[in-house]
Design a protein around this ligand. Structure first.
Ligand SMILES: [Zn+2]
Length: 438
């Protein structure tokens, strides 16, 4: 197909300059020839059309075409408990998250949650995600199956813990290894799925369990490791007491950061921890609505950038307040503003980069994240309801940067009309009724 659209993407890192010093690539009337799921040619529409006169044209000029979002931290079992506001992390886990996670022991309940979860991601324009799974292997199988049906590019795994959490969420090192290996054998490398070894967090995982996780990560070629780090001061202090090391070292000393790894949050790192993350190539999933909702703190982005640590966005549903990375981008901007001189001001190009190319880098998906030639056609078409405030803003935006800023300020999942993964359409919503003000 030959896609005709106004396209915005960030092939170059705006934190280091990029296109025109902004990092934002904007083509008003682009033609993208998509063959076998890949962008095979790109240029001014008329030019690409002339070279490929027989290609079927998909005209998307009534909105904006963006790369699909890459969510680097999102919890499958928590879709139904979004909105537990007003509590710090450990209380929120106890009261909101863990009782719901325990319900996924029932496969029929887990199947419903998997459907809700995958649908929420796709509707938000998310095409790739690193997903925190469930504590129960059958529920994780259901997640992988649902993602495969929906076409989502998913990296996920069995969440394991053997202390601190309620009894029904605990496992043993041997069971964690065996069940994880079974899941990896069924799903890792199958179509768009990959396996992620997922110790819940250091506080809830004893040393033998961490070693079992590391053994599994070594056993499964190309497996990811994902967990949490430095989210909340009380939690950081508890980890220091329980583990006798810094939070990052509590993973690294088991070899868990030797391969591809993403740790979520890192709101309260030390300089030594940042240096260690950079040395290991471990990326950080920044989850700004979660950080605000749980009062975890304001993310020290400038320190991460200075240390050379890769940062991308995560929704952290269900402590985060929804699946849309537009909202996460906006909240990321707010957090940096609130840091004053210590913050790193974020342009719209920075936000798009964090939601797309930076996420693809964190998940080591080299042909995902922007819409240049040779990349997978993972994309979303944003088209707000006629007359909505976003529609007004886009029609009057003075520049591509202004249009993108409007999208981050006002856009929601409801504005996402179509989504493609590998050129295959995975969401097709009817045109919205026009509305007054949203
Ligand atoms: Zn999380």
């Amino acid at each position: 197909m030959l896609v005709r659209a106004r396209v915005l993407d960030t092939p170059d890192d705006p934190f280091t300059g990029g296109v025109d010093g902004t990092g934002l690539r904007s083509d008003e009337d682009a033609g993208l020839l998509v063959l076998d799921g890949v962008v095979a040619a790109r240029g001014p529409f008329a030019q690409v059309r002339a070279a490929h006169p027989d290609a079927e044209v998909v005209d998307l000029r009534d909105g904006l075409l963006l790369p699909g979002f890459v969510d680097t931290h999102v919890h499958f079992p928590q879709v139904r408990v979004i909105g537990g506001l007003g509590m710090p992390l450990l209380e929120w886990l106890e009261r909101c998250a863990l009782p719901e996670e325990a319900r996924l022991v029932d496969p029929s309940y887990a199947a419903g949650v998997a459907a809700d979860f995958v649908s929420g991601l796709v509707q938000a324009g998310t095409t790739s995600a690193l997903v925190f799974g469930a504590h129960f292997a059958p529920a994780v199988d259901l997640l992988f199956a649902e993602a495969a049906v929906a076409g989502l590019r998913v990296t996920a795994g069995l969440v394991v813990s053997d202390r601190l959490l309620r009894e029904d969420l605990r496992t043993t090192p041997q069971t964690a290894y065996d069940e994880g290996l079974g899941l990896a054998q069924r799903w890792h490398g199958v179509d768009r799925a990959r396996y992620a070894v997922t110790p819940r967090f250091s506080l809830s995982c004893g040393e033998p369990l961490m070693d079992a996780c590391a053994a599994l990560a070594r056993e499964v070629d190309g497996a990811f490791v994902t967990s949490h780090v430095n989210e909340n001061p009380a939690e950081v202090a508890a980890v220091a007491e329980a583990c006798g090391t810094s939070y990052v070292e509590s993973y690294d000393r088991h070899g868990l950061l030797d391969g591809p790894a993403v740790l979520a949050h890192d709101v309260h790192p030390t300089d030594d921890e940042l240096a260690l993350l950079a040395a290991r190539g471990t990326a950080v999933a920044h989850c700004p609505t979660s950080n605000a909702a749980l009062g975890s703190g304001l993310f020290p982005l400038a320190q991460h950038l200075a240390a050379g640590v890769g940062v991308a966005l995560g929704s952290d549903v269900g402590a985060g307040t929804g699946f849309s990375l537009l909202k996460e981008g906006l909240q990321a901007s707010f957090a940096q503003q609130l840091l004053g001189d210590a913050g790193h001001p974020l342009t719209p190009a920075h936000l798009l980069h964090l939601a797309t190319t930076a996420g693809a880098a964190a998940l080591r998906l080299p042909d995902v994240g922007h819409l240049g030639v040779g990349m997978r056609f993972d994309a979303q078409h944003l088209r707000p309801a006629a007359g909505s405030t976003l529609d007004v803003g886009l029609r009057h935006a003075a520049s591509p940067d202004a249009a993108l800023a409007t999208v981050f300020a006002l856009g929601t999942s409801a504005d996402v009309r179509s989504v493609w993964v590998d050129g295959e359409q995975v969401l097709d919503r009817p045109a919205p009724a026009s509305s007054g003000v949203d």
